[in-house]
Structures are given as structure tokens and as C-alpha cells.
Design a protein around this ligand. Structure first.
Ligand code: AMP
Length: 216
């Protein structure tokens, strides 16, 4: 496959991380997941991580200046293999900053994929989600449970529930999405390479649709 730069966006819990990870492992393109980059900074207690943590735990967006400066290095590093952006941009101001960054580095987006699913699906997916503390791999209590309760199938690490996957925070994250991120749809809808994907089905079906959308 030729080197491609992709953007995945959509509500929390729609499967951007799961599908993005799978797609990048299969194709070798870099998976640039803003949430993962931020969680790594929080874990490593960097200056940016300390600032970001309060917002993340409350389900709020981290200030634009902080995330924009964090993503740029990754974008430039990822550009050789191609990249898949997931979780950035999350509002129109970030989308505009991304456009400037891409132009500055002579990069373009080949596909812009909007993933969507009904809110009831999103709540079920988010509230059952479990993440490995060691390798970051994701499981779900009901849809893809680990073989051994509380342990990662891949590395044996401890599984935990993200602080922001608690039900009260989920409700807040969905509100933030509707108010701040959903307007990205109007921003990207008429751009070249825009595709809308129904992400309410099974993981495999969504992956097949994603591959077709990107390669088509
Ligand atoms: P995610 O793993 O994509 O669900 O992101 C987890 C949390 O990280 C979000 O709820 C925000 O607090 C923060 N975050 C991730 N991406 C961004 C972004 N582009 N802008 C601001 N905050 C973000």
C-alpha cells in the first residue's frame, strides 16, 4: 500500500483506538493516538502530563496549545511511514492548527474518516473497557474479555479501568464531544477524502469497512 496519512474522528467509544491500532499494525503506518500520548505523559509525570491530568480525569479537553505542541513532533516522526491520527483534532481550533502544521511540513491528509455509532452503544463500550497498565492493549468485560480476569492476554500486565471511563465521567465526555468535537463534521464533510463509516457493528465488520473506505 502506498504511504498514507489518515485522520479518524468520531465520538469517544466508537472504536477509533481499537480500529486504528489494528489498521496500523497491519499496514505499518504510525498510529498517533492523542489520548495515548497524553496518558504516557501523565504516567511519566512530565510537565505536560502534570498539566493534562486534571483535565483528563474530569473528562474535559486538555488546552489546545498543549496538545498541539505535543502532536507536532509525532506527526513529523510518523510522516515517513505514513500516519493515522486518532483523537486529534478534537475541535475546530485544533483542526485549523493541524492544517497549518501539515502545510508547514508539506504533508496532506489522504482520507478523513468519520466513525459514528448511537450513544447507547458508546456508553456500553466505554463503561466495560479495560486497559493493560503495562502495554496499553484494550479489552472489554463483555465483548472481548481477557482469558484470565484482570490480566492482559498479551503481556500478563494488570488490567484497569480508566478514570474517565466511569459512568459519570462518560456522560460528561459525550457532552464535550457533542459541543466541541461534533462541529468537526461540518468542517471536514466537504473536504477531499472525507468518508463516513457506520461503526455500530461488530469489530471485524467495522474493520473491513474501514479498510475498504481507506483503500477505495
Ligand atoms: P481518548 O483516549 O482519545 O479518549 O482521550 C482521553 C482524554 O485525553 C480526553 O477525554 C481528553 O481529556 C484528552 N484528550 C485526548 N485528545 C485530546 C485533544 N485532541 N484535545 C484535548 N484533549 C484531548
Amino acid at each position: 500500500m502506498p504511504v498514507m496519512n489518515l485522520l479518524l474522528f468520531g465520538p469517544p467509544g466508537v472504536g477509533k483506538g481499537t480500529q486504528g491500532e489494528r489498521f496500523s499494525s497491519a499496514t505499518g503506518i504510525s498510529h498517533l493516538a492523542m489520548g495515548d500520548i497524553l496518558r504516557a505523559a501523565v504516567r511519566d509525570e512530565t510537565g505536560a502530563g502534570k498539566q493534562a491530568r486534571v483535565y483528563m480525569d474530569a473528562g474535559k479537553l486538555v488546552p489546545d496549545a498543549l496538545v498541539v505542541s505535543m502532536i507536532e513532533d509525532h506527526l513529523v516522526e510518523g510522516a515517513n511511514a505514513g500516519f493515522l491520527l486518532d483523537g486529534f483534532p478534537r475541535n475546530v481550533a485544533q483542526a485549523k492548527a493541524l492544517e497549518i502544521m501539515l502545510a508547514h511540513h508539506d504533508l496532506t491528509l489522504d482520507k478523513i474518516v468519520f466513525m459514528d455509532a448511537p450513544e447507547s452503544h458508546l456508553i456500553k463500550r466505554l463503561s466495560g473497557r479495560l486497559i493493560c497498565r503495562a502495554c496499553g492493549f484494550g479489552f472489554h468485560r463483555h465483548y472481548s474479555p481477557p482469558r484470565e480476569t484482570g490480566r492482559c492476554d498479551r503481556c500478563g500486565g494488570e488490567l484497569y479501568q480508566r478514570e474517565d471511563d466511569r459512568e459519570d465521567v462518560i456522560v460528561h465526555r459525550l457532552r464535550v464531544y457533542n459541543e466541541q468535537t461534533e462541529p468537526l463534521l461540518a468542517y471536514y464533510r466537504d473536504k477531499a477524502g472525507f468518508v463516513r463509516l457506520d461503526a455500530s457493528g461488530e469489530m471485524q465488520a467495522v474493520y473491513t469497512a474501514l479498510k475498504e473506505a481507506v483503500e477505495g
